[in-house]
Design a protein around this ligand. Structure first.
Ligand SMILES: NC(=O)c1ccc[n+]([C@@H]2O[C@H](COP(=O)([O-])OP(=O)(O)OC[C@H]3O[C@@H](n4cnc5c(N)ncnc54)[C@H](OP(=O)(O)O)[C@@H]3O)[C@@H](O)[C@H]2O)c1
Length: 407
């Protein structure tokens, strides 16, 4: 009896081609991830050029201002890129930035086919790169490993969707959810390996933020380690400018920028801070404390597109209550502290109903499967994402503008 035919010859060829595309795109994603933390405000991009089943050139974007991944790969492939297939995780750009546009270079190099994981939502690109390639007869395939690519670039992509910086809330806490004793002692809840990992996590962001309560209690430096070769900001919420001029943050402000954000009060201290090299931001519309929606807009204006909020209790509680949360990183230590007067990780006034809790998931809303790219970095840390809230009928009818969503 003849065996049933599972696939026609055409199906098998299509499946093989799809698997081949995924294989090379995975390589492009792995290359892109090598520069994690270094490329801000640019995305992570990797590129592989393949001809007759062999890699003839590959590369990744190493830092803003340096060559884009496609250009690195094209230069390595040279003349052999004529007729080849190019894999890149983000749509090639079509606009002049700090470097010339990539899409015309791909056309000039004679690349026959371009496979991309996802479109670039940057309004300067957003489909223009793909349209240019198609206009010049280059075959284009999209959406190959799109969710892996989206998760890799979640910090870059998120502000285009939300109109505010990507926000990671990070806390080192005991098993009963405490971040400090009643006296403010928190050194050290976690072990050195976890603290080193938290310092590495800072490297992925444009800024870290704490409340002045943490500065007064701990006098932290809040630096990323290893050090970065790109701008990085340390932000303090301090409505009345209580931060000591002798604090380590203020004393190091000329080396790594420090922003102290407060209200229109205490002009003398503001001048002293500015004279020490601190950037002083004033929320003139606030009456009691810095308003977080205002802060989100101010950060974005300064090109701070991803923010790691490191506490303390009151500040983490304020971000949670405002729902400015895209990711939560918990470093949990095997300790029980107990005591109603110990500080809970997320302070402030809690909601009245369990239904108002923020529901979390291990899965990024951008991804269809947990990314394998980040597993090795997560050994000490639990990473969570807010579950997308079900949309109300009103939200379904009107999606709202960015500024409406922020207010
Ligand atoms: N284990 C950990 O992961 C960890 C991390 C960080 C800190 N800690 C511990 O947490 C303790 C400090 O926490 P904390 O709750 O006392 O202080 P905090 O959260 O660091 O700072 C709170 C202060 O920030 C200022 N602020 C300005 N605008 C704000 C806004 N919109 N929302 C909230 N706060 C705003 C307020 O002071 P003004 O009204 O004067 O502006 C407020 O009192 C320390 O003991 C520290 O050791 C632990």
């Amino acid at each position: 009896m003849p065996l049933p035919r599972l696939c026609s010859g055409t199906d098998v060829r299509a499946i093989n081609a799809a698997t081949e595309d995924e294989r090379w795109m995975r390589r492009a994603l792995t290359l892109a991830a090598r520069a994690a933390g270094e490329t801000n405000p640019n995305p992570l991009v990797g590129c592989v050029i393949v001809r007759a089943g062999h890699v003839i050139g590959e590369g990744f974007h190493a830092r803003a201002g340096l060559a884009h991944a496609e250009v690195v790969a094209l230069e390595r492939a040279g003349e052999r890129s004529r007729g080849a297939t190019l894999y890149v995780n983000l749509e090639p750009c079509a606009h002049q930035g700090r470097t010339p546009p990539c899409a015309p270079r791909l056309v000039a190099a004679g690349v026959r086919r371009v496979v991309v994981a996802q479109r670039d939502p940057n309004p300067l690109v957003n489909g223009r790169g793909l349209a240019l390639l198609r206009r010049h007869g280059v075959a284009v395939t999209t959406d190959v490993l799109a969710s892996e690519a989206a998760q890799l670039n979640e910090r870059f992509l998120s502000p285009f969707r939300t109109g505010r910086p990507f926000v990671l809330l990070k806390a080192a806490l005991t098993l009963d959810g405490k971040i400090a004793t009643a006296t403010g002692d928190s050194k050290w809840i976690t072990r050195p390996a976890a603290r080193a990992q938290a310092r590495r996590l800072r490297r992925l962001h444009d800024a870290v933020l704490v409340g002045v309560g943490t500065v007064l209690a701990d006098d932290p430096l809040l630096l990323p380690r290893p050090a970065l070769r790109r701008p990085f900001h340390r932000v303090v919420l301090d409505s009345r400018f209580r931060i000591p001029l002798a604090s380590r943050l203020v004393r190091s402000a000329r080396r790594t920028p420090v922003v102290v954000v407060g209200l229109d009060v205490n002009p003398r201290k503001r001048r002293a801070l500015a004279a020490s090299g601190v950037h002083v931001w004033v929320d003139r519309g606030a009456s009691r404390q810095v308003r977080l929606p205002w802060l989100m807009r101010a950060l974005l204006r300064q090109r701070i597109r991803s923010l790691m909020v490191e506490g303390g209790s009151e500040v983490l509680g304020a971000f949670l209550a405002a729902r400015f949360v895209d990711q939560v990183a918990l470093f949990r230590a095997p300790l029980l502290l107990g005591g109603q007067d110990s500080l809970s990780a997320f302070g402030g006034k809690g909601p009245r109903r369990i239904g108002e809790a923020l529901a979390l998931s291990r899965l990024s809303p951008l991804a269809s499967a947990p990314s394998r790219l980040r597993q090795s970095e997560e050994e000490q840390m639990e990473l969570w994402y807010p579950r997308p809230a079900p949309r109300t009928p009103l939200q379904r009818r009107s999606r709202g503008t960015r500024s409406e969503r922020l207010s």
